[in-house]
Design a protein around this ligand. Structure first.
Ligand code: AMP
Ligand code: ZN
Length: 453
């Protein structure tokens, strides 16, 4: 079976051929951490998690990198407003992000580099660009010279006029060309965020962060680069420009995969428009798994119009599926082979709506199966297929009592109590029991968080 994936570079669905079939490498732009993630931010997380799971089933090794952007003007402003340090804000927000995404059953990426840990590699990359004549210094800034790259703009395919207009940057007197973009900008000590560099005390531009982290973790050329549609220009276009020009024109990412927008009444959900629901607040309405199913119910490249009614319908679907599993709870599921039609749907440019319709069909077959053997096979097939999408891994009984997550939280509290009472044997026993259900605990300064394996 072959994976076909839409590549924004060619605007076509292509056969996926990794550079090294023994090791697939994928980079996805992660969150800027200053506030709760909204459900639009969760879309790429769930989409690329589903792709990650698919790749892991078909290739011996997959390295998935999703960064944390912890240097940004919005972060500085929010830390000032809230009167806390930048470090405290970004650590706390990263923790909130992990917790929410864990509830959506998103697996942890293999690496989650933080931009502030990569200032050195960013500076090195900027120095290379300066040496190669692709960048210049002006008034404390370092700028990438867009006219220095003959084939700039291949990803977004924008006209020169649109490039300049779309760059959405104020006309700055120090720019040689209006399309030039910032690699490094000056900062002052009182901003609370800045680093010494050969170009002066300052901060990196956003695009150079991803170029540096991707190269460090995945090498100069790798397979898949993902993110939301809004990142094509300028972010991804500029990542390509920086990385290729620093590496003698070598290709950067080979397949560019972009998810469509999550919209509300046709408008992109965003913090600036104020039309957003945070994942955190939606988790009050429905379990994370229902959110995940909602997000996967629309093909990733289509816009997805989010409604609370849709969320409730997906919760009802899961209730139905868990009821079918409860009926066969005493039947041992044998093999764990993912359904072929289901897998084919995913291999066809991640056709999750079609894959979900196959899950409906498997549930229907399970409900009407008569003999034990058939039930055991269908149960195994349903569980393996649903798991491939991060679904149906909870105890049906607990789910139907609406208690799956609550039961875990109460176990975590019991473990904390045991630790307080210095009963470490009991605390470990609880941890092991949760681990056996695939629940991984992580202790940190804020307490204990959990995620599904
Ligand atoms: P940000 O934290 O704004 O940089 O966004 C993190 C990720 O969420 C990026 O991949 C964005 O493209 C994606 N994203 C932001 N808003 C939406 C939306 N409304 N629909 C889909 N993806 C989005
Ligand atoms: Zn990025």
């Amino acid at each position: 079976m072959t994976l076909h994936i839409h590549n924004t570079l060619t605007r076509q669905k292509e056969v996926f051929e990794p550079l090294d079939p023994s090791h697939v490498r994928m980079y996805v732009c992660g969150p800027t951490v200053y506030d709760w993630a909204h459900i639009g931010n969760a879309r790429p997380v769930v989409v690329f998690d589903t792709l990650y799971r698919l790749l892991k089933r078909h290739y011996p090794k997959v390295t998935y990198v999703r960064n944390i952007t912890d240097v940004d003007d919005k972060i500085i402003a929010r830390a000032k407003e809230s009167n806390i340090s930048i470090k405290e804000l970004t650590l706390k927000t990263t923790e909130m992000f992990h917790q929410d995404m864990g509830k959506l059953n998103a697996l942890h990426p293999d690496f989650e580099p933080r931009a502030t840990d990569y200032i050195g590699p960013m500076i090195a990359l900027i120095e290379k660009l300066l040496a190669a004549g692709h960048a210049y210094e002006a008034e404390g800034h370092v700028l990438f010279s867009v006219p220095s790259m003959a084939d700039y703009g291949q990803l977004s395919r924008l006209s020169r006029k649109d490039l300049v207009a779309g760059a959405r940057v104020e006309v700055a007197p120090y720019k040689k060309d209006p399309a030039d973009f910032v690699l490094w900008k000056p900062a002052s000590e009182k901003d609370g965020q800045g680093w010494d560099s050969p170009f002066g005390f300052g901060r990196p531009g956003w695009h150079i962060e991803c170029s540096a982290m991707a190269e460090d973790r995945l090498g100069e050329t790798f397979d898949i680069h993902g993110g939301g549609l809004d990142l094509i220009f300028p972010h991804h276009e500029n990542e390509i420009a920086q990385s290729r020009c620093a590496h003698n024109g070598k290709p950067f990412a080979r397949y560019w995969v972009h998810n469509g927008f999550l919209v509300v009444n046709g408008e992109k959900m965003s913090k600036s428009l104020g039309n957003f629901y945070t994942v955190h607040e939606l988790l009050e309405h429905a379990p994370g798994e229902a959110l995940r199913l909602s997000l996967l119910g629309t093909h990733y490249r289509q816009p997805y119009d989010f409604t609370l009614e849709g969320l409730a319908q997906n919760k009802a679907t899961l209730d139905k599926w868990y009821s079918a599993l409860r009926q066969v709870k005493d039947i041992k599921a044998e093999s764990s082979i993912v359904d072929e039609a289901f897998e084919e749907a995913l291999l066809d440019d991640l056709n999750t709506p079609l894959a979900i319709s196959r899950l409906h069909e498997l549930v229907r077959l399970l409900n009407s199966a008569e003999d034990e053997k058939e039930k055991a096979q269908l149960k195994a097939c349903l569980l393996a297929s649903a798991n491939a999408m991060g679904l149906l891994q909870q105890d049906p009984e607990l789910w139907l009592q609406g208690q799956a997550d609550e039961a875990i939280e109460s176990q975590i509290n019991a473990r904390l109590e045991a630790r307080k009472a210095r009963n470490f044997a009991k605390a470990d026993e609880i941890r092991d029991a949760l681990a056996a259900q695939g629940i991984i605990l992580e202790d940190n300064a804020q307490g204990t968080t959990w995620r599904r394996m």
